[in-house]
Write a protein that binds this ligand. Sequence first.
Ligand code: SAM
Length: 592
Amino acid sequence: MSNKQKLELTWIGKDVRPKLEPRVLVEDPALSYHAKERVTDQDIFDNRLIFGDNLLALKALEQEFTGKVKCIFIDPPYNTGAAFAEYDDGVEHSLWLSMMRERLELLRRLLTRDGSIWTTLDDNEAHYFKVLCDEVFGRECFIADISWKKRDGAPNDRKVGSIHDHLLVYARRRSGTAKRTDAEESFNLMQRTEKADSQYQLYEEPFGFDPRGPFRKVDSTGNAKGGRYVESLFYPVRNPFTGDEVWPRKGRCWVYKRDEMERMIADRRFFWGKDGKAGTPMRKLFKSEAKPGMTAPSIWDDVGLNQHAARELEIIYGEKAAFETPKPEGLMKRVVEIASSPGDIVVDSFAGSGTTGAVAHKMGRRWIMVELGEHCNTHIIPRLKKVIDGADPGGVTEATGWSGGGGFRYFKLAPSLLEKDKYGQWVINKQFNPAMLSEAVCKIEGFKYEPSDGVYWQHGRSTERDFIYVTTQTMTAPMLDALSEEVGKDRTLLVVCAAFTAKNLERWPNLTVKKIPKTVLHKCEWGHDDYSLEIKNLPWREPEPEPAAVPKKKNDKTTDLFTGKPAKAKQIKRAPRKKRVQEAGVRKRSKR
Ligand SMILES: C[S@@+](CC[C@H](N)C(=O)[O-])C[C@H]1O[C@@H](n2cnc3c(N)ncnc32)[C@H](O)[C@@H]1O
């Protein structure tokens, strides 16, 4: 037996996993919005804003968007300790980790092979989250922990105060032993910053200014320490202005081979000082020849602070916005710019005031956002309408050259497919119309919902030749005869119906007949609408096992303690299981 141990983070309730119902998303056209006219032929209209709990929303998106999302940005609740005042830390942190693990697993599935996920957190959870991500994504998929400077001064009430958030970046995959993850292979370079550009200058030389324009001076010698000294690169060159022989400084060598070095000297690619007498020439890196972007550093102090984000919202809403935790558009621009290209899908499942969608929209990306709070309606909708109307002058509008266009569709989660009737039996929810029922069953049975206009029984497919038909009818033998004939020998059909009277179903080898709701009952948790981080969503603790009953001996002489007579066996009625579990939960909690 292997005694290899797994390095992992454990927490209370780690093994409790929800069986999520893949819900249907229902569009509310009254809240969807698009520009009045096309602005360019690249306008994007099928962006999605989803109002509801993101766990159910991500599950609802899973089938359609698996492997399609290039960039995910999330800014989840930081778990600052305010969520459950009456709970101990272990429970609070455990709940948070459980909540995040479920969402991360679904988010990971949505990513393209070269996709990446970017998460902002502060010191409350960032380090635990890193270990959780190592488990979900694989440690080899970790890219960076970027420090984003969020405030100028440290908080006054601390002796050592944090002024940054973590921005943890993970890739969907790394192939084999590749040096870089697949995401990094497809990342774009970061746009050059003003600070980086300011390093390029015009320097006077003995012949005047180089007509190739501003350049940056870089060392032309290599450090011989650390075994990097190369004998053949230690040779003299001739200064073209003085004619002197010049050797690399002591302990160093040139970084170019002799013929390359001589060619570059002739091409005036070295700077010998204003008067041409420098002891060691510097290599000229011309701005005109520099890469169009630059490698992103792991400290970002130039993309806006929290206070800038608040100001951006004030400009949009024209007042102090009642939203506490927005991110600056500059931060989102940097992420979107590196991790995606125009037309790619960007997802934010903790949308808040909608910064990610607003920036992705201005940068020509497609976006999906999910938000549970009412600010989905009060903040995100008006903000995105302004972006679409070209009426949001703030944030990155100028930097991206945005002038309006496109649109979004607004969705809500459909209710649970099953509900209990007055007898406590699971039945199909009355709010479901036939189309919704068929879409929901397709999702649950793993079929792609694709109703055919011409063929009444083709509601969805799992392959080219395998279809599904969902009906509330009672299927009789003649009905199945007719269906089977239409489906033919080369195709198969799953018939999900309310009931069937036909016997010997093997008579129709190309049909599989199942009854709803029976066939889906065990597949997921029904009627569970909210998996957010709230006390009411805590799982019930399992009751402690009851002591095993001692078998009664034949001549049991147990006597009643008070009468001394042989004791009568008492029938102890056990409470129903659910009640026992709940009581156990209450007992456990009231101990604190
Ligand atoms: C820190 S805010 C995000 C702010 C956002 N980055 C911005 O710039 O406005 C986190 C958001 O996640 C939302 N949220 C928390 N739990 C959620 C859940 N289970 N489903 C959907 N949204 C959730 C909260 O309502 C809150 O708006």
